[in-house]
Design a protein around this ligand. Structure first.
Ligand code: GLU
Length: 415
């Protein structure tokens, strides 16, 4: 609970730091921070054993001044309204930093998807759509996968939405490729982490093959980031998942670990060709690059002094809280903020939505090329501003993100 509150507080604090430098008035801050709409719906199903289970589903629609609201749907036991609200605001700044024509939103259900059968998961998804279908849509708010959700869930989502509003694949992104999905969407967040890491390290004059990397998380984001960094000749020395951390000073055999996870229900349990360490120890390793790619709130005041990596890439949303961010900055560490670092996913979602609306399928090379272009442009703008204004990359990203949203809000007219 404390960690989640921290993540939420930190988003507001990061916003205010940038807003101070932009001389934004209290009234404008309040306008930009207040979500447009928050909904909470009952999601009740009959479980396989005949018992009734009642869950709560959330959707927070933060801002639509730059376009329809956009953001993932999270299935995780820790989900609550505070967390979803904070993640929705992050989406607004994220879509703005990469300059795609969206606002921000986020949804979630407090449930452990691992504890559910496929039938139960499908029922929960469909019931949630029943509760919110009138409030979302291709021009209103477009959900996507996030922690605990995947392309299959998005397929059920699209199918259930069609029962009310007719065929419209652009109502949700991150769908299976066979069902109006985008080749390259699944890898996009991890690939984006790789592209941006390369840009950042070139600026810092660090060579890939001399860079030892630790990645926390081996889910969709962490595993694709590991693959991409390994292929680009970085030395990935540690990765972790729910079963703990795996360390090998000479570098891990990432292709082998990816195959292992595929063959072992998505986890690294039982992988022997590495030293077993804890998830906490992974964060504190003496490496050149740390990539938190799992939960939020993992680097806080409690462990900030132990973090040795000089460069941190926030592949997860809100992994570093404000106090820890200050401590890291004092030591000269460079943090690539979440609203830029993991924006590859939503950028590819944008391509999927465009493709769905045009009824025209893109190939993987076009997706990768456009992803590279959008992320490179965003990185260069953030880097330049951080140099010009002598601020952190995070504050520069927030200034750009807030600036675009603020201008669109004023141009659209407030009254
Ligand atoms: N859940 C992802 C994020 O946090 C992707 C959102 C999307 O594709 O809309 O950025």
């Amino acid at each position: 609970m404390i960690l989640r509150m921290k993540a939420f507080d930190s988003t507001g604090l990061y916003f205010n730091r940038a807003a101070d430098l932009m001389d934004l008035s209290e009234n404008i801050r309040r306008l930009l921070l207040t979500p447009k709409r928050e909904v909470q719906v009952q999601v009740s199903i009959e479980r396989d054993n005949g018992e009734i289970a009642t869950l709560i589903g959330y959707r927070v629609q933060h801002d639509d001044s730059r376009g329809p609201m956009k953001g993932g749907l999270r299935f995780h036991p820790d989900v609550d309204l505070d967390e979803v609200r904070s993640l929705a605001a992050l989406m607004t700044w994220k879509t703005s930093v990469v300059n795609i024509p969206y606002g921000g939103a986020k949804g979630g259900i407090a449930v452990d998807p691992v504890s559910l059968s496929p039938r139960e998961l499908e029922l929960i998804t469909r019931k949630f759509v029943d509760g919110i279908h009138d409030l979302i849509g291709p021009d209103i708010d477009i959900p996507a996968p996030d922690m605990g959700t995947n392309d299959k869930i998005m397929a059920w989502f699209m199918n259930q939405y069609a029962k009310y509003h007719g065929f419209n694949p652009a109502c949700v992104t991150g769908k299976p490729v066979e069902m109006h999905g985008l080749p390259g969407r699944e890898e996009a967040t991890g690939r984006g982490v790789g592209i941006l890491t390369f840009k950042l390290l070139s600026r810092l004059a660090r060579k890939p093959n001399q860079t030892r990397v630790a990645i926390q998380g081996f889910g969709n984001v962490g595993s694709h980031a590991a693959k991409f960094l390994h292929e680009a000749e970085y030395r990935v020395v540690a990765v972790s998942d729910v079963t703990g951390g795996y360390y090998r000073a000479e570098g891990l055999d990432i292709p082998k670990m990816l195959r292992w996870a595929l063959d072992h229900r998505g986890t690294l349990a039982g992988y022997k060709e590495a030293e077993q360490i804890s998830n906490e120890a992974l964060l504190e390793l003496d490496v050149d690059l740390l990539v938190p790619a799992a939960l939020g709130g993992v680097i806080t005041k409690r462990n900030a002094a132990q973090i040795k990596a000089p460069v941190i890439i926030e592949a997860a949303n809100a992994p570093v809280d404000c106090e820890a961010d200050d401590a890291l900055a004092e030591r000269g560490a460079v943090v690539l903020p979440d609203i830029l670092a993991n924006s590859g996913g939503v950028t590819a979602s944008y391509f999927e939505w465009v493709q769905n609306r045009q009824r025209y399928q893109w190939g993987i090379s076009r997706v990768r090329q456009e992803l590279d272009r959008v992320l490179t442009d965003a990185f260069e703008q953030v880097w330049q501003l951080s140099v010009e204004r002598k601020v952190s990359l995070r504050t520069a990203a927030y200034i750009i993100g807030i600036g675009r949203v603020g201008r669109a809000t004023v141009l659209g007219g407030i009254i």
